[in-house]
Ligand binder design. Structure first.
Ligand SMILES: [Zn+2]
Length: 112
């Protein structure tokens, strides 16, 4: 979502940072101290970002994560916990407006 979002609004590859949790919660923020407004621009186009992200994920032919879909050279966890399959579940649920309790959300990677 970070890479897609940066492309949608024309931002640079390090303008945003982010973290995702095994609960499915996703936090995307400005990389610059004090903020640059980049994350706010993403929120205004979040439906487009989510739909393109889901397309990237569903069209990738890897097993469960690769540099084409969920891996990032900027990942602070060295991409250990990123899962293409779980990312599809989370983004699909967001787009469908599914409200779930934490226990119903997919868990990922080595947290399984
Ligand atoms: Zn992939």
């Amino acid at each position: 979502m970070i890479m897609v979002g940066e492309n949608v609004i024309g931002a640079g590859p390090t303008d945003l940072g982010g973290i995702s949790y095994p609960t499915g919660h996703i936090i995307i923020y400005d990389s610059y101290p004090g903020g640059s407004g980049t994350a706010r621009m993403i929120i205004k186009r979040i439906d487009e970002v989510l739909k393109i992200s889901l397309s990237v994920l569903t069209h990738c032919t890897c097993t469960d994560g690769c540099p084409k879909c969920v891996y990032s050279p900027y990942c602070g966890n060295d991409n250990h916990y990123l899962s293409r399959k779980n990312a599809i579940k989370v983004i699909d649920a967001i787009l469908k407006g599914v409200s779930s309790s934490v226990s119903e959300l997919p868990t990922g990677g080595s947290y399984d």
